[in-house]
Design a protein. Structure first.
Length: 500
């Protein structure tokens, strides 16, 4: 029987009745390794029905019991870490150790969700009036949904569903059709950890599945992470249908290198941030803004020297620094941008376009690329390329560098390399970006903070996971209660109640 990634509905693997399927590739070999089922509207509706049916009992399950499932899940994820990371490498292409880092961040979100009984505590005021007490509590919404991108098959779904379910909601997850296996396997582990059937459902699919989630009135809230055009569509369609939506989009993160920076440390940090995971991270650094001519010359020369020894190869070998791109289609897109940069007049200092590895000739490998003297008007500067292509822009002052960042349509992450506390403080205080690093190239917030960009990197009012995640998946109810003493008699009150 063909290897097919199916759906998980009501705790059961659902064999596919639909005819639509899509190839899943091993990016290192270029081979089709399996098929993924593309759910029809009917299949997604089945998953929503299962989530709706599971909600009343799960809502009334005590938060400490929900928390216990998360504790067991953490253990199972750790036990199965190698297996999960092999699945990620086989479908995404990233190096196994990089996948381990991703999984670690997924587990961090489970650890945060273990704090649910504390996180769901409300607010209480006694005697807001005579014999009147008032409190706020945070109630679950009902059926919630998540739609995730290809580049973090373990971590991004875990930005969503553990918090949603620990807060008492039920969930329908639609993972990326390019990297479906890890999300599905981890959902099965959650059932092994004691999650009741129907509380977490996984449907694989494409636009048809997503549109069903966006239009079904039973879905109360949608979390999305992916590219900006789709994020904008999800936000406008979901909110038009009365849903709460948080939609995280694309990025073009800039790193400023100041003349006083520790250049060797900055360059090492930039290598990992620009080329790690083949540049397929929403917090990657694809733009370096060098302040001053000498800084620019040093950064370009040092990165070029490191690119000459960058180890590119299959992600299953932990000796490699960088694996392949995710699909042939994405490879063609990224390579097309390198061609375009040359046409636009940027100086291609490192050219990875003819990179080949013996034994992996059909893999989607692109070597590390770097452009110098990139100008803000160029498409290679403006667009999110999402590959191992670094653009170096040269400016004269910190303010010029910051103005560039502020003018860019995206505002996900940024960082500055400097030894000057005043420059760093001015940067963190004023830059129009949601996640900011100082001598930290990938300032991805830990699970007990929240993750979210500004400008066209996030549509919605709340960031994802952490404290904002709890607020996103709950709604406040405020109760005002009087238990009058038996000798208290009141007449009808026609004026608006005040605190007496
Ligand atoms: P994508 O937007 O192509 O796909 C994301 C999800 O949306 C997938 O599940 C896909 O099936 C679905 N989808 C795609 N096209 C759709 C359509 N027309 N209608 C409805 N649903 C659709 O993104 P991707 O290529 O999988 O992931 C890479 C992108 O995600 C990059 O832009 C990256 O910056 C972004 N990303 C952002 C963050 C963040 O936190 N801001 C994190 C990771 C990735």
């Amino acid at each position: 029987m063909a290897n097919i990634v199916e759906h998980l509905i009501n705790g059961q693997t659902v064999s596919v009745s639909e005819t639509r399927q899509q190839d899943v590739f091993n990016p290192a070999t270029g081979e089709v390794t399996k098929q993924v089922a593309l759910a029809s509207k009917t299949t997604v509706e089945e998953a929503i029905s299962a989530a709706e049916a599971a909600f009343p009992a799960w809502r009334n399950t005590s938060p400490p019991k929900r928390m216990q499932v998360m504790f067991k899940l953490k253990y199972l994820l750790e036990q199965n870490a190698d297996k999960i990371c092999e699945m990620i490498t086989d479908e995404h292409g990233k190096v196994h150790n990089d996948a381990m880092g991703e999984l670690g961040r997924a587990i961090e979100n489970v650890e945060f969700a273990c704090g649910a009984p504390h996180l769901l505590k409300g607010e209480h005021s006694k005697n807001v009036g005579t014999s009147v007490d008032s409190w706020s509590e945070f109630q679950p919404l009902g059926v919630t949904a998540g739609i995730t991108p290809f580049n973090f098959p373990a971590m991004v779904p875990f930005w969503m569903w553990p918090l949603a379910v620990v807060a008492g909601n039920t969930f329908v997850l639609k993972p990326s059709e390019r990297t479906p296996s890890a999300s599905m396997f981890m959902a099965k582990l959650a059932h092994e950890a004691g999650l009741p059937p129907g509380v977490l459902n996984v449907v694989n699919g494409d636009k048809e599945a997503v549109d069903t989630l966006l239009h079904d009135p039973r879905v109360q809230a949608v979390s999305f992470v992916g590219s900006t055009p789709v994020a904008e569509y999800i936000y406008s369609t979901g909110t038009a249908n009365g849903k709460r939506v948080q939609a995280l989009g694309g990025a073009k993160n800039h790193a400023i290198v100041m003349p006083d920076a520790d250049m060797d440390n900055a360059v090492s940090a930039l290598m990992g941030a620009a080329y790690g995971s083949c540049g397929e991270r929403c917090m990657a650094i694809p733009v370096v803004v060098a302040v001053g001519e000498e800084t620019g010359n040093a950064v370009v020369a040092k990165i070029k020297a490191q690119l000459d020894v960058l180890k590119v190869g299959p992600g299953s070998d932990n000796d490699n620094d960088m694996g392949p791109l995710v699909t042939q289609q994405h490879y063609d897109k990224v390579k097309g941008y390198v061609d375009l940069g040359v046409e636009e007049g940027a100086e291609l200092v490192a050219d990875g376009r003819n990179f080949k590895i013996e034994g992996y000739e059909n893999g989607f490998f692109l070597g590390g690329c770097m452009f110098d003297h990139v100008k803000p008007g160029m498409k290679i500067y403006q667009d999110e390329i999402f590959g191992p292509v670094l653009c170096v822009v040269r400016v004269e002052t910190q303010q010029e560098a910051m103005d560039l960042i502020d003018a860019h349509e995206y505002g996900n992450g940024t960082c500055i390399f400097t030894r000057d506390g005043e420059a760093a403080r001015y940067f963190t205080d004023n830059i129009k970006v949601g996640m900011v690093g100082v001598n930290i190239p990938l300032p991805v917030p830990v699970s007990y903070h929240s993750f979210g960009g500004w400008k066209r990197s996030l549509f919605g009012d709340l960031s994802i996971y952490g404290p904002d995640g709890i607020r996103f998946y709950t709604r406040r109810k405020t109760i005002t209660q009087r238990w009058p003493s038996s000798n208290m008699r009141e007449g009808a009150a026609f004026s608006f109640p005040s605190n007496i």
